[in-house]
Structure formats: C-alpha cells, structure tokens
Design a protein. Structure first.
Length: 197
C-alpha cells in the first residue's frame, strides 16, 4: 500500500506542475513571475558580512589588466586607469563584500591565465577572457541556476559593468567619444547639444 501512495503523490505532483506550467505558458504571467523570482534569488550579490579594506597591489594590477580588456581592448593610461583604480579601491574600502569579490576575481583570472594575468599581452588577455566568457554581460537566467563557476558569474554580473562604467565615466572615456569635458563639468551651453565634430 505504501508504494501505491508514493506513486499517487508523484503522479499528482507531475499533473499539478504540468497544469501550472501550461497556465503559465498560456497566460505568461505565472511563468514570468517564476522566472523573475528565480533570477533574483540566484543572481550574484556582494556578501554584506565580508570585511572592507584596500585591495592588495597584486589583485589591483590583475583587475586593471582585466579592465583594459573589457573596457577598451587596449592599454589604459592617465586619467582612465586612475578612474578605474579609484573606483575599485573606493568599492573595496566602502562596500562590504566588494573587496572579497575583487580578490576572488583576481584569483580566478590568474588561475585561468596559468600564472599572472597582468603580465600577459592585451591580445593574450583578450583571448583568455573570451575563452572563459568572462566579459559576457548580462548573465542569462539559466546560467544563474548553475552551482558551478559562481565566481565567474559574479565577475560577469557585478564587476564587468562596474569596470566599464568607471572607465567611460572618466575624462578619458568622454574624450574618446569626442567630448573635451566629461559629463557634469562646466562647459559652453551648446557644447552638449550636438555630437562632437
């Protein structure tokens, strides 16, 4: 009799689950709610209990080399590299969990590079990042369900957008697209009303 109950419960779960899935697919609402909820639940997040503090110089060098690949594809110089470095250090010292993310990202990059990631050429670093899909953003919903490569997912979901924003919000990023001043600095009134020449 026990086997019969288990089988009945298994069939009932499958039937109810299938009915809910069919309703969700037909109406779109339930399926969208489930997908959105699962996506939020498994999305990488900073650990609010992790310590803050300055990044070690080796980790910082690795992350700056990574920023060169994901932000511009060439060596960063001047204000651009200073802006990215300042963003990383500020996050590490003020946001719990950011330093741990940065250190884990640097360790991952060094591991997949088979040594010091920062010592490789831009071309080699670009190939490594592409081979391991470390710059692909956003992270797909199905990928979020995987228990493997959580550090890589956190790098793609949290760190890559930050590095890109830090560079392109800097004076170097604005100059690269043709503006003499970054957004927010005073300029002539008409300077931002047209595309740069």
């Amino acid at each position: 009799m026990e086997v019969g109950r288990r089988r009945f419960l298994g069939i009932a779960v499958v039937v109810v689950g299938g009915a809910l899935a069919a309703i969700g697919l037909r109406w779109g609402g339930i399926g969208a709610l489930v997908r959105a909820g699962l996506s939020r639940a498994f999305r990488p997040a900073l650990d609010p209990t992790a310590a803050t503090g300055s990044l070690p110089s080796a980790s910082l060098a690795t992350l700056l080399a990574f920023a060169e690949v994901v932000a511009v594809g060439e060596t960063l110089q001047g204000a651009g590299i200073e802006a990215v470095q300042a963003s990383l250090q500020e996050g590490a010292t003020t946001r719990p969990g950011h330093r741990a993310l940065c250190e884990a990202a640097a360790a991952l990059l060094d591991r997949v590079a088979g040594g010091r990631f920062a010592t490789r050429s831009v071309e080699e670093r670009t190939a490594i990042v592409a081979a391991h899909r470390l710059a692909e953003h956003p992270v797909g919903r199905l990928e979020l369900l995987s228990p493997r490569n959580r550090v890589a997912l956190a790098v793609r979901d949290l760190l890559v957008p930050e590095l890109i924003t830090a560079y392109w919000d800097s004076p170097s990023g604005w100059a690269e697209v043709g503006y003499r001043r970054p957004y927010g600095e005073c300029g002539q009134g008409r300077e931002y009303t047209r595309a740069p020449a």
